[in-house]
Write a protein that binds this ligand. Structure first.
Ligand SMILES: NC(=O)c1ccc[n+]([C@@H]2O[C@H](COP(=O)([O-])OP(=O)(O)OC[C@H]3O[C@@H](n4cnc5c(N)ncnc54)[C@H](O)[C@@H]3O)[C@@H](O)[C@H]2O)c1
Ligand SMILES: [Zn+2]
Length: 361
């Protein structure tokens, strides 16, 4: 077993990583909550695979649980879906002492987390991530959100989970494309925070893609430690937490413009390639850093060239991103492998040129 503590004073919690944990969810939630109602919010794919296992574990531990499956996919992170969940929670007689379990990927985690943050002004929730992306990134840190037509994650709340329960065995049913997408965030954490971890990935990425037990658990553990460290230092992104946005300023724009053709992690891989190129152009890193990053992303199964999207459209979308202040673009940029800084006021012409440099020729 391996545990990572997220240290946030009275909001501290543990991330428990162990093969078979889906069958232990009840025992792991029991110390946090008196017996009562547990809403297991999940999506249709995950409900079919693991829904019964999780509700059975909760009921065996004395809870009264029910599955609340939403359609799989990003479009479930909507105001309409959120309102349906609130009503379903009322119909299930949930009160302030009830618990929400988010069983699934980042979509379910963000939606269920926001439902928990808002229902009766906030109820307890537990993250049970089942995608690589959710295990290494979205389930840790307490950011919850839904999307608006105008953009992703525009409405949300900081609401820390009471625990994160990870069963690496659940990743075996994940489509290869989703596994690779999650590895974009893994490579990102190495790039921005930990050179030794980046080198370990260079050694082990094939074994990681094959989901070999020890490698997978070790990588998830280190990722959670890295993310937990940043979150503990800067819970609400007043400063250092912004380095986690590496690859995301360009990535979010590319993801939106691709209109469903790319999943989040795939867009982040493209964003990291472009933003590394920006760092090169600004003289912050040499080209060998970008090459090593892109080679590792490629071995993780990710594409690092910009596809069909038009450069003007990317720049325009970036200007409207909620993180752009007064039209100025602040980017988290690497200064070497394992280190990253937020650079203010990066010129749009540099970003545009870097996008062009990252097109397949
Ligand atoms: N809150 C945060 O800090 C944070 C951080 C990063 C990303 N996010 C958000 O996370 C979302 C992306 O999350 P995601 O990549 O996990 O996508 P996702 O939740 O859509 O899951 C991807 C697909 O895999 C399926 N799936 C999940 N687990 C499975 C399993 N074990 N076996 C088989 N299929 C499985 C899902 O049904 C879905 O079809 C985005 O909305 C993004 O904004 C949030
Ligand atoms: Zn991300």
């Amino acid at each position: 077993m391996s545990t990572v503590r997220v240290s946030l004073g009275e909001r501290s919690y543990d991330i428990d990583i162990r093969e078979g944990n889906l069958s232990r969810v009840g025992d792991l939630v029991a110390p946090l909550a008196r017996a009562g109602r547990v809403a297991v919010v999940t999506d249709t794919h995950v409900a079919a695979l693991y829904g019964d296992r999780v509700t059975a574990a909760l009921d065996a531990a004395g809870f009264t649980s029910r599955l609340f499956p939403v359609p799989a996919g990003e479009h479930s992170k909507s105001a309409a879906q959120l309102a349906e969940l609130w009503d379903a929670f009322v119909a299930f007689d949930m009160d302030r002492s009830s618990t929400v379990v988010a069983l699934g990927g980042g979509v379910v985690g963000d939606l269920a987390g926001f439902a928990a943050a808002t229902y009766m002004r906030g109820v307890r929730y537990v993250q049970v991530p089942t995608t690589m992306l959710a295990c290494v990134d979205s389930s840790v840190g307490g950011k919850t959100a839904i999307d608006l037509a105008a953009g992703k994650n525009l409405v949300g709340a900081f609401h820390q989970p009471s625990a994160v329960v990870i069963d690496p065995g659940a990743l075996r049913s994940l489509p290869g494309r989703e596994l690779s997408a999650g590895l974009a965030e893994v490579v990102k954490h190495g790039m921005i925070m930990d050179a030794a971890f980046f080198e370990r990935l260079e050694r082990d990425v094939e074994r990681l893609r094959a989901l070999e037990g020890d490698v997978t658990t070790g990588v998830i553990h280190r990722n959670c430690e890295l993310k937990a460290g940043v979150v503990a230092e800067d819970e609400r992104e007043a400063g250092r937490r912004a380095i986690l946005n590496y690859g995301h300023s360009v990535g979010h724009a590319v993801e939106m413009l691709a209109g469903g053709a790319l999943v989040h992690g795939e867009a982040v891989a493209v964003g990291m390639a472009v933003e590394a190129r920006v760092a090169e152009t600004l003289g912050r890193i040499g080209p060998e850093v970008t090459q090593r990053q892109n080679a590792l992303l490629g071995r993780a199964g990710l594409v690092t060239t910009v596809g069909e999207v038009a450069t003007d459209a990317v720049i325009e979308t970036m200007r409207h991103d909620k993180k752009a202040r007064h039209g100025k673009l602040n980017l988290a940029l690497p200064s070497r492998i394992g280190a990253c800084e937020v650079v203010a006021d990066v010129g749009v012409e540099v970003i545009a040129r870097s996008l062009e440099d990252c097109r397949e020729r």
